[in-house]
Design a protein around this ligand. Structure first.
Ligand code: FRU
Length: 446
């Protein structure tokens, strides 16, 4: 059963008083980018220790990661266990010559731990891949989010069904029906019962592959959330805004956006595309893995972006093709504070939107930061990419050795209005539940 509901229903939410009001997308502007600067508050510590390899025995690389969350967004604890999902690749596959090849072989894997532990015997244990090789949609699965419905006792796996590279057309997908079985020693996430396409780029609000001259056209990374005011089921995702252009180096090809969609069926298999909430036209081609933290009536919107995806005119010299000059910004986590899902005037955190950057001497040390609510701030996790910038020129096997492919030390980030500050480096792969947060709405949580 494929529930394809990709209509351009601008503003066409339900007629109820609580209906979400659609506003023009907020803009990431060149002026904000000009403010980007590494400071003590936003620069992650240099990784001087070898990270713990979280899936070493299984022989997997690990990158984008997300926790199993309850419908209300809190981290789920099931019988004292917590579960995270990661993109993983079997590094022994003969097709994988260099770490970049892993994207074509990405699968969703899971890890479980005794809540409160990230390392040691009760820390993260690899449970395996979650989807049957013949069942998932697309050639490979890219990032998403996972929601556990306590009453139905099933996981909703939102993921990106991506076709093979180089074009890698992407669609938003859902796998339903996985259950969680807990024992005294381990946790088993079962195979899902059904896979559904939820949305595809419509060509009007979201650029289709055929119309793009950009890098890899995005329609990926679905992030499920229950709207805190209306109770509706929504998701945000990474897309691109259609722009008129033919020239591959035009700033208009750097047209990242953050899209939104609303569920139109209770079973979450049918969705309606809504206009984007955020755009980076002329600024960056990618606004990856968008997600929210709701705090004190504010909607904190976070996303990640690479330095090579900034528009060419923003570089001090040349652009990503020339690979010369100073990039406009580092590999980083960015954030904005909004008054709702749509807020044309959302404010860049710290003036520039920069929340977490790699240190200057190791600009590629980690990537794919995910900010999760924790007290009055956030715990931010990421994965280890390359600790040493000089390794990037290495040939195949040596480059594979140098690729981290595991969870990085998490960071505690304070959030105070529109100011943020990295305050503590935590252990590798610490998630909110492992630093004492309680999961709400979970009857079985003691
Ligand atoms: C971020 C990302 C995601 C995508 C995945 C593919 O690191 O580019 O946007 O889903 O990696 O591997």
């Amino acid at each position: 059963a494929v529930g394809l509901a990709a209509t351009a229903g601008v503003g066409a939410t339900s007629g109820s008083a609580a209906a979400v009001e659609v506003e023009e997308p907020a803009q990431w502007t060149e002026e904000m980018v000009a403010e980007i600067e590494r400071t003590e508050e936003n620069t992650a510590p240099y990784l001087d220790e070898e990270p713990t390899q979280i899936a070493e025995e299984a022989g997997y690389w690990v990158w984008d990661t997300w926790p199993l969350r309850n419908r209300d967004g809190s981290v789920a604890i099931i019988d004292g266990w917590q579960i995270i999902f990661s993109l993983v690749a079997d590094k022994s596959r003969p097709e994988i010559d260099v770490p970049g090849d892993r994207h074509n072989y990405a699968r969703v894997g899971y890890f479980y731990s005794r809540a409160g532990k990230s390392e040691g015997p009760n820390g993260w244990q690899f449970g395996g891949e979650v989807f049957d090789e013949d069942a998932f949609l697309g050639n490979q699965t890219w990032a998403g989010s996972a929601m556990y419905d306590q009453d139905e006792e099933q996981i909703y796996h939102f993921y990106t069904a991506a076709d093979a590279l180089p074009e890698a057309r992407q669609r938003l997908a859902l796998a339903k029906g996985a259950t969680v079985e807990t024992g005294p020693q381990d946790v088993t996430v079962s195979e899902s019962e059904s896979h559904h396409i939820l949305a595809e780029a419509d060509g009007e609000m979201y650029e289709q592959l055929e119309d793009s001259s950009g890098i890899i056209t995005a329609f990926r990374d679905p992030w499920y959330f229950k709207h805190p005011e209306t109770g509706e089921d929504w998701m945000i995702f990474e897309g691109n805004t259609p722009t008129e252009n033919n020239n591959s180096d035009s700033p208009l090809n750097y047209n990242g956006n953050i899209g939104a969609a609303k569920a139109t069926s209770e079973d979450l298999t049918e969705w309606e595309l809504k206009p984007p909430i955020f755009e980076a036209v002329g600024v960056s081609q990618q606004t990856e893995r968008p997600h929210f933290i709701f705090q004190e009536d504010k909607w904190y919107l976070f996303f990640i972006t690479h330095e090579f995806t900034y528009a060419p005119q923003l570089w001090s010299e040349g652009g990503r093709f020339e690979k010369k000059g100073k990039p406009p910004g580092p590999e980083a986590l960015h954030g904005f504070a909004a008054d709702g899902l749509y807020d044309s005037d959302m404010e860049p955190l710290n003036g520039s939107s920069l929340v977490v950057a790699n240190p200057e001497k190791a600009p590629f040390q980690t990537y794919s930061w995910l900010a999760m609510p924790h007290g009055s701030g956030s715990i931010v996790e990421s994965f280890v990419n390359f600790q040493d910038v000089d390794t990037l020129g290495l040939p195949g096997d040596e480059l594979k050795e140098a690729f981290g492919g595991t969870l990085a030390p998490s960071l505690k980030v304070d959030i105070d209005g529109t100011d943020t500050s990295i305050t503590t480096e935590l252990k590798d792969g610490q998630f909110p539940a492992s630093v004492g947060a309680r999961s709400r709405g979970n009857g079985r949580n003691s």
